[in-house]
Every structure is written in structure tokens, then in C-alpha cells.
Design a protein around this ligand. Sequence first.
Ligand SMILES: CC(C)(COP(=O)(O)OP(=O)(O)OC[C@H]1O[C@@H](n2cnc3c(N)ncnc32)[C@H](O)[C@@H]1OP(=O)(O)O)[C@@H](O)C(=O)NCCC(=O)NCCS
Length: 346
Amino acid sequence: MIRGVIEGTGSYLPEYRLTNDQLEKLVDTSDEWITARTGIGCRRVAGPGEETSKIAAEAARRAMAMAGVEAEEIATIIVGTITSEMTMPSCACLVQKEIGAINAYAFDISAACTGFIYGLELADKMIKAYPDRKILVIGAENLSARVDWQDRNTCVLFGDGAGAAVIGADDSGRGILATKLFSDGRLGDLLYMNAAPSLNPYIGSPYNKRKSAKTEVFDPARLGSPRDDEGSYIKMAGREVFKNAVLAMEDSIDKVLEEAGLSGPEIDWILPHQANIRILHNLGERLGVPKEKIFINIHKYGNTSAATVPIAFDEANRQGLLKRGDLVLTCAFGGGFTWGAEIIRW
Ligand SMILES: CC(C)(COP(=O)(O)OP(=O)(O)OC[C@H]1O[C@@H](n2cnc3c(N)ncnc32)[C@H](O)[C@@H]1OP(=O)(O)O)[C@@H](O)C(=O)NCCC(=O)NCCS
């Protein structure tokens, strides 16, 4: 059977590191609380030249280099994002221009933290129909632009970053074995963000001339400044989201394992969405997968929404952890709600 297979991975993390100690100066929090309750020690904040499409394009270039694929060979670009710097063109079209993928058609997916996994499922179906194609699936976010830096319930959690994968065809048994995707719009008000441009208002940008007057360089001291667009911050009922995330991800994992005819202990690696270390440890325990087999980088980057899964894929891949034939499980949960799980034979 022909399946979509990951031929190359790439990621890009903005240079600027915002530590828990720095956040202590912005809001009433502590390194101890953030580390114990979330597992996050640091997160990246995008600066000038690191708009969502730019970091997405850099992740894509790295994935294409690993896959040995030229930009002209890319047939489709799919970007999972909720924080593109523009509403139109799509982030995917901005990436297309940036990397010179002149033969591709390009579009975004809005599925919050599950965006990359939604994209992989689409790519797999496209590859089954057109096995000669190469597809770029990307998850990229600039969440620092949409966080209320005066709200300790949310501002400590999120970060910026991008990850990408080149998908091609394989008929040797490798690739995407099973996917289960879900959403439930009835619970949307537990985690949401009103529509607004996603340029970081604290930095200058060629797209945002009005706000660029504030400052031309990223200045962390400005993160605590009041903003005039109250409605566009990320709003989250953390405890409720936590409970729903645990139950939904467990359920989707049970269903995807059943579809693939596998059991938890057969899984070699879990590369999950990184939202809270306690959720990740809980998943491992429930599946009977030891902690060492759950890839964790939340301490470095926080929750980068659609980007966490492809960044995890890329880091695990480049560290040589994933061996050919390994069974890899990924899962995510995010605003919408959206969630899902997927099993890949590496
Ligand atoms: C946000 C989250 C870390 C909060 O952890 P929690 O253990 O649930 O904490 P609670 O919300 O119960 O809050 C406990 C207390 O800590 C306080 N608190 C919240 N953020 C804090 C911070 N940054 N520093 C210090 N105290 C904080 C709360 O105000 C609350 O105080 P109170 O008891 O006096 O009201 C956690 O709920 C979470 O990870 N949620 C879901 C994330 C997720 O799955 N996202 C997936 C989709 S993106």
C-alpha cells in the first residue's frame, strides 16, 4: 500500500530566549511554579525578520535539504498556523514566495495545536492519490504576538517556533499507518483568540507600519506594556482545558492504536504536542511507554501550538533517536477544540 512518508524534517526557533526569571519581573509568578506546574523553563520570542512565514520558510528549507528535494519539486504547501502575520495572502503562499516553490499550490490550516497533524493526514491522502508528488507540511507560530503579557495564566505557557516535514510516497510498509482526528466546536470558548493581525506589536515590521513606530528592535522590557487590542489576546480556562486535553488525547490514542492493530507497549517513540509536562507523563503511564521514550522539549520552547509536533519530529530525527522501522505515535490537542493522534512507521 502506498503511504505518505516523512522524507526530511526541519525546524527553526527564534534567537531570543525568554526565561522564567525574566517573567518573574513581568507578572506575579515564579520559576518554581512554572517549572513544577508546566515543565517550561524557557521559551523563544520572535524578533524582527522572524515573522511566522519567515521562520516557517527556514524550517521548510532545512526539511527540503534533508530530503534532497528542490523547491520546484514541491507540489503542495500546507501550513498549520493560527498566528500568520497576514490574513491574506495565506502563510503558505508567503512561504511559497520565500522559498521559490513556483510549482506548488499553497494553503493554511486553522486547527490550533493540532494543525500539523491535520496537515499530515491531508498530505497522506494526497500522496495516495498522486504518489509522484512532494508535499511540504509546516507548523509555525508567533504566539508571543498574541499573548497578554500581563496575564500570568497564559503568558508563561507559550512560545514561538516552526517545524516542517517533506512528505513523499513509500510502498515498503513505512509511513503514516493510521490517523484519528476530531474537533468539538461546542467547547471553543474554553480556549480562544479573537481575529487580529499577528505581527508582534513590540517590534517593527515591514507589514505593520503603524505599530512599527513603537520600536524598531525587539525589546523584552516592552512585553509588560499595555496593549490597545484587548480582544485579540489568547484566553484560556487552563484547568478545564487540561482535563479535556488529557481525556481527548487518551481517547484518540486508544482509537488510533485500535485502527493500526497495535498496543501501547509496541510504540517505540511518542512525539506529542508539548503543552504541559504533566500531560505528557500521564500519557506515557497510561500507554505503558517508559518516560525515556516520550520526546520532551517543552522545557526549552514552551507551547508553540502547531509547531510543537514538527519541532519534536525534527529534533528527535536529527538526534538520531528515530530508527528506520520504529513505530512513532504523535498526538495533539488545541483550541477549537481540535485533537487527534497518528501512528507512523519511521
Ligand atoms: C495552565 C496550567 C499550567 C495551570 O495549571 P493548574 O495546575 O491547572 O493551575 P490552576 O489553573 O488550577 O491554578 C492554580 C493556582 O495557580 C495560579 N497561577 C496560575 N498561573 C500562575 C503563574 N504563572 N504563576 C503563579 N501562579 C499561577 C492560579 O491563579 C491559581 O491560583 P488560586 O488557586 O489562588 O486561584 C494548566 O491548567 C494547563 O497546562 N492547562 C492546559 C494546557 C493545555 O493542555 N493546553 C493544550 C492546548 S494549547
